[in-house]
Design a protein around this ligand. Sequence first.
Ligand code: AMP
Length: 227
Amino acid sequence: MARVPVKIVSWDEIVDWSRGLAFKIKESGFKPDLVVAVSRGGFVPARLICDFLDVTDLLSVQSQHWVEAAKAAEKAILRHPYKIDASGMKVLIVDDIVDTGDTLKLARDFVEKEWSPDEVRTAALQWISPVAKFKPDYYYIEVKEWTWFQYPWTRLEDTMQFIKRIFTEDERVKSRTVSEAELKNLFAEWYGVKPEDLGFYWDLALKALVEKGVLELVDEGYRLKTK
Ligand code: AMP
């Protein structure tokens, strides 16, 4: 069993899921005048939904998780909040996934209160029902077992974090050099996916981690760079 279960999501799946989500919205009779993407994960699904639902107006609000000082809990905050007059409009807020639900709920509450639209509804490609505190009005896939969905727009970012996590958390390799072959095996063990399935992102991630000074490349492989 993988320590962190990961599913690599393809671009084709994203198009399929967005089309399915748009179909559910259309079937319900809701026709948004304005789509709002929750930045950054909601950008691609929101753009595709505009295409499938024939919506021209697309805006975005950025919500980010913030670690509160001296608390382990994370809190979502809205970055760069701005005001528009959306009175008379039906608004659809779109994100990729509802996990804790904090992000989408924050965006929904903000738009409802500050933009004064006639109606606000929320949509996400995926909804992790056992953990989410918030259920979107529309979702395409209900996820029953928590998984990290490795979306195509965060391939590099995620791969870097996955590799770094092995070096910082796996007691077996913490303070030594690891060959690339061993690292690939550890990666498969930790995440249940093969580095080969990430295509060119594997090499890019290793290179970027060295450039950032997180890892160093030595003769026998990679090791955590000590400051
Ligand atoms: P939430 O916990 O619902 O506030 O999620 C915040 C954002 O983090 C989501 O919009 C995603 O972009 C990302 N995220 C959270 N959980 C996952 C997951 N299980 N898989 C992929 N991305 C996630």
